[in-house]
Design a binder for this molecule. Structure first.
Ligand code: HEC
Ligand code: HEC
Ligand code: HEC
Ligand code: HEC
Ligand code: HEC
Length: 292
């Protein structure tokens, strides 16, 4: 075949190919970082709410529990936003003339609910469920941050797929005793602040496959007069039905409780992963878990 292009145009072609390649890569990088930017993920934004409700005042200041307002978080996929009635429990008496609370009084008078703007909002094609997360030892703060310190609510994490998967591939680092779910300041055990855990054991030697069967305490249960043991102890399941002991009714025997001491999140995470029967990383990152 005849040579149509000379050597120099060949070099030119190569250079422009390289240039096009670079532009495509640069565009890709730009799009990718745009996709991850707070502008797209809405991370950190504080939308203009009809009422500037402060979690800091109501949670940290007044000591209200999350469940007081988000009543369904442990038993349904939705945490739920409280009805105006919940606000009026107090605000029919407190700050009754405050201009800030006018929309609350308006809503109470008309029966029309307050139009809160959603801060967290997954696409509809993603399945998410609060119940399973909190009952398997993931605390509110692991996903929502220090809500107790937020004067106005914002989204702490991206809520992108990568964020979900990051935890699903290694949930152990985020697992905590279920008693600590609402503890906004939980940071995991340390040498200074160890945690002791025990799991209810069946007569066949297997542990009860629910997170509720695990009991953790923050004070040394073996210390002299360790009265927090009795207080937190699970009923001794099956104590009087041990194999080979089917004769006369026995005095209610208390099983010796073996607490394991943890001084780091790694060990606690491994223990809780086993006790809570957390699925494997592979199972938890398969597409149909979140896309059904
Ligand atoms: C006195 C009632 C009250 C209490 C107590 C309360 N909240 Fe809220 N929460 C609200 C209201 C009202 C909203 C909607 C307005 C807003 O987003 O600020 C809300 C919104 C939220 C949202 C964002 C919802 C969205 O739109 O995505 C999260 C997350 C949240 N609360 C978590 C918590 C946690 C965690 C606690 C406990 C530490 C808590 N709340 C305690 C009333 C309460
Ligand atoms: C347990 C009682 C209680 C409940 C329930 C309650 N509040 Fe309050 N709220 C207070 C008190 C007390 C203050 C004054 C706080 C302060 O000045 O430190 C306050 C203050 C406020 C303020 C003024 C700004 C601020 O944060 O100081 C707003 C707005 C407000 N509340 C909105 C709401 C809304 C909306 C709800 C329902 C989702 C609600 N409150 C539920 C007791 C309550
Ligand atoms: C595993 C992460 C995770 C944990 C743990 C978690 N949340 Fe959420 N939360 C989310 C996500 C994701 C959404 C957005 C859901 C959607 O858009 O469908 C959300 C939404 C909410 C909302 C908005 C209303 C709703 O039900 O969608 C509230 C209120 C809320 N969470 C409160 C809480 C409280 C209180 C706790 C602790 C008891 C908690 N969350 C624990 C991830 C979490
Ligand atoms: C901080 C850790 C963490 C984060 C973040 C997290 N998850 Fe999970 N998720 C878990 C754990 C732990 C389980 C329970 C696993 C088990 O029971 O085997 C779980 C279970 C699930 C399940 C299974 C529910 C069922 O009924 O089978 C779904 C669906 C799910 N997560 C969706 C999500 C989505 C969507 C996100 C992101 C928006 C998310 N998760 C973020 C820890 C997390
Ligand atoms: C732990 C939950 C979880 C698992 C497992 C998961 N996804 Fe997703 N996926 C999400 C969430 C959350 C979003 C929404 C992301 C957003 O809003 O930015 C999403 C979005 C997507 C999208 C939309 C495009 C995008 O990136 O925004 C596609 C396509 C997708 N997922 C495919 C998959 C495939 C394929 C798998 C299996 C290999 C998978 N997902 C497994 C949670 C999950």
């Amino acid at each position: 075949m005849a040579q149509v292009f000379d050597r120099s145009s060949n070099a030119l072609a190569r250079a422009s190919l390289v240039l096009t390649g670079l532009i495509v890569i640069a565009l890709g990088v730009a799009l990718n970082s745009l996709q991850r930017s707070p502008w797209v993920t809405r991370q950190g934004q504080r939308p203009d709410q009809p009422v500037p409700f402060s979690h800091k005042h109501h949670v940290e200041g007044l000591g209200l529990q999350c469940q007081y307002c988000h009543t369904s978080v442990e038993k349904s996929s939705y945490a739920g936003i409280p009805p105006t009635k919940t606000c009026m429990n107090c605000h029919s008496q407190i700050w009754t003339n405050a201009q800030l609370l006018e929309p609350v009084r308006q809503s109470w008078a008309t029966g029309e609910s307050i139009q809160w703007i959603k801060v967290h909002d997954l696409p509809d094609y993603v399945y998410f469920n609060h119940e399973i997360h909190v009952n398997k030892g993931i605390g509110c703060s692991s996903c929502h941050g220090r809500v107790d310190e937020m004067p106005l609510m914002y989204q702490e994490n991206t809520l992108q797929m990568e964020w979900c998967l990051n935890c699903h591939r290694n949930p152990g680092v985020n697992l905590r005793p279920t008693s600590q779910i609402y503890n906004m300041a939980w940071t995991g055990p340390s040498t200074d602040k160890p945690v002791w855990c025990t799991a209810t054991v069946n007569t066949d030697g297997t542990s009860v496959p629910t997170a509720q069967g695990v009991n953790c305490v923050m004070k040394d249960p073996n210390a002299a007069g360790g009265n927090n043991v009795a207080q937190n102890e699970m009923p001794a399941v099956g104590a009087s039905h041990a194999p080979g002991m089917t004769t006369a009714p026995m005095p209610v025997a208390v099983l010796p409780v073996n607490y394991v001491k943890f001084t780091g999140q790694n060990d606690l995470g491994k223990y809780l992963t086993a006790q809570y029967h957390i699925r494997t990383a592979n199972e938890l990152s398969s597409c149909e878990v979140c896309h059904r």
